[in-house]
Design a protein around this ligand. Structure first.
Ligand code: ATP
Ligand code: MG
Ligand code: MG
Length: 382
């Protein structure tokens, strides 16, 4: 049988492996950690650094095609692999997605509006920043996730201090936008350019980390959803993208849609598709990688996803204690996904809970009950 390879052994790799295996593929995971969530459930596990040539060559020897589960894999590693095997998404698209400066330039090129911003790579750039970008958020161009690498700044003095504190690495300063809410869209684009998308989802972040995703008739105004899909498709087309792409948006108080960032892989905000959609984002990843046809996914249930962060393990004190899953699972329509991480830490993504049901009212009621049991704050707009 064919073997599908993935760079990265985290939870996204693990869920990719599960989807690939259920469709009859063997899998190979490359991760420097000898005991990663994905490596543990995969047929093959290459234990090597992402930039080690011998590890990449071993992965290519095992796998017929290779994808990635995180955007910070070095682009040269993807290029190395691409000489040996089909790789999707390709190195050029990943290189753009992993650098906020290039990413924003791509959005502008595609005609999709982003927050007003300035590139700060040196002291001259810093001095030339326009006053109307303040208050703003200074974000390192590379390697940020879950709000890490970001600093809110209100004055030029704070900006200078924050850039200094970042070590003077390349950054972008974004104007702080008046958010009404946030949403994202998952698209999958095949080798032939055919594209499908999941229902756009509404997201709530807390402390820079995704907390809740809702996907149902009331979650997004139809006009917003339509514009977000169009924008995500334009962004994927502009990259000649192959694979699953998530595009995050802000919806402003005045109704404007502004693109935030993209992820060249399945995304936390698309996890609802595992239980509320006939094709999950991970099956889409398998299909694009294996060159299988893409059919339009159909959402068959309203859904609310609660992210399960390590904080839940410390509700009672400093000793990590697993939440009472049995009580949560006694609620009809709860689908628990845990990533097999053994050490809970605050802010760490341990799993997610999808809640489905026959009606939005039923889903909301169950989600409220589950959230109360877990000590997660709901509703979405809290
Ligand atoms: P991810 O884990 O999604 O990759 P990240 O570290 O790349 O996160 P962003 O998505 O850039 O971070 O920002 C995290 C959150 O911070 C956003 O979802 C939003 O809630 C808030 N945020 C970011 N930029 C802005 C902005 N310009 N104006 C207002 N809020 C913002
Ligand atoms: Mg990001
Ligand atoms: Mg983000």
């Amino acid at each position: 049988g064919a073997t599908l390879g993935v760079l990265g052994g985290g939870q996204l790799g693990r869920m990719f492996v599960h989807a690939a295996q259920s469709m009859g593929y063997f899998t190979a995971v490359l991760d420097p950690d000898a005991d990663s969530p994905a490596g543990r459930v995969s047929h093959h596990h290459v234990h090597a650094d992402y930039d080690a040539a011998d590890g990449l060559t071993r992965l290519a020897a095992l796998a017929d095609a290779v994808t990635t589960e995180f955007e910070n894999v070095p682009a040269p590693s993807l290029e190395h692999l691409a000489v040996l095997r089909p790789v999707s998404p390709g190195a050029p698209a990943v290189a753009i997605a992993q650098d906020r400066i290039r990413e924003k330039a791509h959005f502008v090129r595609c005609g999709v509006e982003c927050a007003p911003y300035a590139v700060i790579e040196n002291a001259h750039h810093l001095a030339a920043v326009a006053d109307d970008l303040l208050p703003g958020i200074l974000k390192t161009a590379r390697l940020g996730y879950d709000g890490k690498g970001q600093q809110r700044v209100a004055t030029r003095a704070e900006l200078a201090q924050a850039w200094d504190a970042s070590g003077g690495v390349p950054c972008v300063l974004e104007q702080l936008m008046p958010l009404d809410f946030e949403c994202s869209v998952i698209v999958a684009r095949g080798q032939d350019g055919a594209m499908v998308h999941l229902t756009p989802q509404r997201n709530l972040h807390r402390n820079g980390i995704l907390a809740v995703t809702e996907v149902h008739a009331d979650s997004l105004p139809e006009a917003v959803a339509t514009r977000a899909i169009q924008a995500a498709r334009a962004i994927a087309d502009g990259l000649a993208y192959v694979g699953v792409l998530c595009v995050e948006f802000f919806v402003l108080a005045d109704g404007r849609l502004v693109v935030n960032e993209m992820a060249p892989r399945p995304h936390n905000s698309g996890h609802w598709s595992m239980d509320a959609c006939d094709v999950s984002q991970f099956e889409l990843q398998v299909r694009t990688l294996a060159g299988l046809p893409l059919t339009a996914p159909r959402q068959h249930s309203p859904c609310i996803m609660l992210n399960l962060l390590g904080d839940l393990w410390f509700a009672a004190g400093n000793e990590a204690v697993a939440p009472r899953w049995a009580e949560v699972l006694a609620l009809p329509g709860t689908h628990l996904h845990l990533y097999g991480k053994t050490d809970a830490r605050r802010g760490r993504k341990m799993g997610h809970l999808n809640v489905t049901g026959p009606t939005l009212e039923a889903v909301r009621q169950t989600a409220d009950a589950a959230a109360a049991l877990l000590g997660v704050a709901l509703p979405l707009n809290a």
